[in-house]
Design a protein around this ligand. Sequence first.
Ligand code: SAM
Length: 236
Amino acid sequence: MSLIEEAQSQFGLTLTPEQANQFDIYARELADWNTRMNLTAITEPDEVRVRHFLDSLSVVAVMGFDNGDKAVDVGTGAGFPGLPLAIAFPDIHVTLIDATAKKITFLEHIVAECGLTNVQTVHARAEDAGHDSAHRGQYDVVVARAVARLPSLLEYMLPLAKVGGFCIAMKGDSASEELEDSKRALFVLGGEAKPIADVPFPQIDRTHYLVTIEKTQKTPKPYPRKAGTPTRKPIG
Ligand code: SAM
């Protein structure tokens, strides 16, 4: 099946041929740049389609986007899940944050090649972005995949969300255990967990899990703590 067909059948998402073309450009450039820098272990076209593109788009299983919504992807790496969401939803604003400069250079190249006008890239650590008034408390939706265990990740994500906004952490089999370990972090940072959603990927015989947290209270000023502390000493 093509990306257009799978996005429609798995997530009810309609992609235009122009958007499918943007995904093709992204896949081609990812494979090309990956020969010169270590961006991803996944470059084979079928795998990129499922494990990067469709997996990123699976966020729609728990989150509807309204025009003008502001989303941020923390630890985006080569752009997942934020960049596929920016392609699929041209009427939302997507900020891509990563601590590694070369990843930002790659992302800027993709944004230019695909002609995207709804993406901002930010070279920063989440712990610093979380204290910058341009980002703290600014986002309707905060997403992240493969960045840190949930108790640490929530300290990166929740400060960036508006009260009433949502954080969506894309997780594997350890989702419930990580959420169980995050009770104290949720209480301290001002979040409330929703039921974990299962997302089946029959193409790769796997189920992925989306952990959704609503931001219910302002995050206290000391959080996030200084760079490195959330992973070294998770709240708990
Ligand atoms: N989210 C992408 C994905 O799923 O393909 C990339 C995952 S990669 C394993 C983790 C990324 O998170 C790296 O690009 C790294 O630079 C970034 N990262 C880790 N800790 C971070 C932090 N505290 N602030 C910003 N970026 C961070």
